[in-house]
Design a protein around this ligand. Structure first.
Ligand code: HPA
Ligand code: MG
Length: 221
């Protein structure tokens, strides 16, 4: 199998409308706020397990892996990915010790990307020196954020840096090449759930969903 190709993610077509809401269960309070189930939670989980396999293979020469989780949106992806890495390690005797650190970036207001990127709440990252690092991010679109973060991480002179992105968006100048492990490649839709928010709402939704007009209005700031 062509692993390199598969790491580039499962591509969802531009006209994929998502699954009808009544086919799945989800928190009742979001009933009017989402249009469809874009990627069900079970499919996300299985894809994350697959990415964990790729990562185990690529980091096999290391005893440990420094995971840099990009908050807040990356927290579920990161937690599930690290869990799969641990389980796979236990089951294969190639145990990779994981250390997870958190970094917080903010660039979105409502559903729009704003120009200024802030790296907020990153502690001392000097422990990255000489280590193999995995950056875990929920969404990569233009890659502006990821480029800035990579530049920041490189200043600590790690041995190797890889990027895992659950979603890569098909936008002009798409930053696919920045992302070593891609869960899904999706059209340029605003999606919520699985820790991705719209003004802090919808993080408690397990599926990735398309927000409705009503939802956008209701939670606008
Ligand atoms: N959903 C939530 N947050 C985001 C998105 C999105 O589609 N794109 C960038 N930040
Ligand atoms: Mg957000």
């Amino acid at each position: 199998m062509d692993n390199a190709g598969m790491k580039k993610g499962i591509a969802l077509k531009d006209d994929w409308p998502g699954y009808s809401l009544d086919l799945f269960s989800y928190p009742e309070h979001y009933h009017e706020d989402i249009e469809s189930v874009y990627i069900p939670h079970g499919i996300i989980m299985n894809r994350v397990e697959r990415l964990a396999h790729y990562i185990m293979d690529d980091f096999a020469d290391n005893n440990n892996i420094m995971v840099l989780c990009v908050l807040k949106g990356g927290y579920k992806f990161c937690a599930d990915l690290v869990e799969f890495i641990k389980v796979l390690g236990r089951n294969s005797n190639k145990y990779l010790e994981t250390r997870v650190e958190f970094i917080r970036l903010k660039s979105y207001l409502n559903d729009q990307s704003t120009e200024q990127l802030q790296i907020i709440g990153s502690g001392d990252l000097s422990f990255l020196r000489g280590k193999s690092v995995l950056i875990v991010e929920a969404i990569v679109d233009t890659g502006k954020t990821m480029k800035a973060l990579l530049k920041h991480v490189e200043t600590f002179e790690p041995k190797m840096v890889k990027v895992a992105g659950l979603l890569v968006k098909r936008v002009p100048n798409m930053a696919e090449s920045l992302t070593d492990y891609v869960g899904f490649e999706i059209p340029n839709h605003f999606v919520v759930g699985y820790a991705l928010d719209y003004n802090e709402y919808f993080r408690d939704l397990n599926h990735l969903c398309v927000i409705s007009k009503t939802g956008k209005m209701k939670y606008k700031v």
